[in-house]
Design a protein around this ligand. Structure first.
Ligand code: FAD
Length: 468
């Protein structure tokens, strides 16, 4: 599978590269390889980097070989699962990308209600396998996101209020350390590492395989968005915050502000208009779900109501067309305790200012099962936040990107009196203080201790870095 590498072309130690080529089972892609252009791309089109080598690992042995090669040659390492890092940490100029995207193994054990998944699995691939048995893992809301990066930051999504974060369902991980050593971590074995990988990102090593427990769900759920014209935001948001205060953990909602997308399900006369939506997912029976969401569906005169019984798998792809690979993306994020009147005023002002057809706001309802796990049980921070803002300034290409970035930044700044913390997986490259804020001072110090134990030389540093 591996094409011979023109060694001088990447200027790396001859012996080291020959050794790697001889043993590597996956694909080594250098700039001379005809597939290099395709494999160096990451999801965010605004990230344009040219690694010296892309090591597309076929298995654990390849990961060990790639780490040892990087150590020997001194190449800076980027680790790629699904390639969806907002700031583009899964690629690098001139370094090596340890690309796990070929590692797609998934095995569901329906009796034990567990799943083992390798590090290249995408969320939609996992959902498909688990749903074949009427089971699900709580994870994210876009099916082409990588399971690995998402899990290592925590993992928030449509059924978390019922079943917890992705990490709350994690049973074990296989990790390859900066020394190229295999380590297994569970609640009982290397428990300090197991604590750290549940929120601490890729700081401690490369996870090659995850094991999770699963819960019963679907195959049909009551789910989808209800939209109103944006000029009705004031009354819809007031209704919304009272309504969700009484809703059970089975219900999770995301408030969306955007211009209505040009999709077949959207009436032609609504496309491009500013709308405010509430996207629901009820992790329980259809009958109960219908009862719970009825007041929302009957509030005012929705411009579009797509909240109906549907396969969970279909619902999990709702946002896919809005976050296509290759478009240009910029995100700003913060957590807040509640949606007070000041916050709704900011939302109304900045929602109306959306110009790009693909910029949007997603306001995540947190709580439920997420808040019932102790704040110090995992490295993830913010178990008790009320809501998470995810402000996306996006364009299809470079044109107009600066303007969208500015919109996202100023929206975020206007919310700053209400910021509490931030979800680490929604950070751009924002500096150490923001990373500390994401973990809180106490957990950040504990993570630093762990980093000193597992990666004292900061070999894995292209990430939301916890510097030793
Ligand atoms: C369209 C989109 C939708 C999203 N939706 C959600 C959501 O619903 N819920 C949510 O919680 N988050 C969501 N996110 C954020 C997401 O969790 C992060 O972007 C995450 O890093 C993506 O993981 P990945 O494997 O695709 O990324 P990659 O870019 O491949 O990896 C990101 C970083 O994770 C680390 N990493 C990846 N794989 C490994 C590994 N095997 N071992 C060690 N370190 C590794 C590396 O540090 C790497 O730089 C979304 C992001 C996008 C772009």
């Amino acid at each position: 599978m591996t094409a011979p590498i023109i060694r001088t072309e990447i200027g790396i130690d001859d012996v080291a590269i020959r050794e790697l080529e001889e043993s590597f089972r996956g694909q080594l892609v250098s700039p001379a390889d005809p597939t290099y252009g395709e494999h160096r791309k990451v999801w965010n089109g605004s990230i344009d980097r040219s690694p010296a080598l892309i090591a597309r690992c076929a298995g654990v042995a390849d990961v060990i070989a790639a780490i040892r090669f990087a150590k020997k040659t001194g190449l800076l390492v980027a680790v790629r699962g699904g390639g969806h890092s907002f700031p583009g940490f899964s690629t690098t100029d001139g370094g090596i990308v340890i690309d796990l995207s070929l590692m797609k193994g998934i095995r569901v054990d329906p009796d034990a209600r567990t799943v083992r998944a390798q590090a290249g699995v995408l969320l939609g691939e996992l959902d498909r396998e688990t749903q074949a048995f009427g089971l699900a893992l709580p994870a994210g809301i876009v099916s082409h996101t990588g399971l690995a990066g998402l899990t290592l930051g925590g993992g928030i999504g449509f059924v978390m209020r019922k079943f917890g974060l992705t990490i709350d369902n994690l049973l074990s991980v296989d990790v390859i350390t900066a020394e190229g050593e295999f380590v297994k971590a569970t609640q009982h074995e290397n428990a300090d590492l197991f604590w750290g990988v549940r929120g601490g990102g890729g700081n401690f090593g490369i996870v090659t395989e995850f094991e999770f427990c699963l819960s019963s769900l679907g195959p049909y759920v009551m789910a989808g968005p209800v939209f109103w014209p944006m000029d009705e935001s004031q009354k819809v948001l007031r209704f919304y915050r009272d309504w969700i205060a009484e809703c059970p953990d089975e219900l999770m909602t995301i408030v969306v502000q955007r211009r209505a997308p040009d999709l077949p399900v959207v009436p032609r006369d609504l496309v491009g208009k500013h709308v405010l939506g509430v996207v629901c997912c009820y992790a329980g029976s259809i009958e109960e779900g219908e009862k719970v969401v009825r007041p929302l569906k009957e509030f005012g005169s929705p411009a579009l109501d797509l909240c109906v019984p549907k396969p969970y798998l279909t619902h999990q792809m709702t946002f896919d067309p809005s976050f296509r690979p290759g478009w240009w993306y910029y995100v700003r994020s913060c957590d807040v305790a509640e949606i007070n009147d000041d916050i709704t005023d900011v939302m109304i002002e900045y929602g109306q200012r959306i110009t790009s057809p693909i910029s949007s706001l997603a306001l995540w309802q947190m709580g439920g099962a997420v808040s019932r796990v102790g704040e110090n049980e995992t490295a993830f921070n913010g178990r008790n936040v009320g809501y998470t803002f995810n402000i996306n300034g996006n364009t299809e290409s470079a044109g107009g990107f600066d303007e969208q970035r500015e919109w996202a930044r100023s929206y975020w700044t206007a919310l700053s009196p209400h910021h509490t913390s931030v979800y680490v997986n929604f950070l751009m490259e924002e500096g150490e203080e923001r990373i500390r804020q994401a973990y809180g001072a106490e957990k950040y110090d504990r993570l630093k201790d762990l980093k000193r134990k597992y990666d004292p030389d900061n070999f894995f540093r292209l990430n939301q870095n916890i510097s030793p």
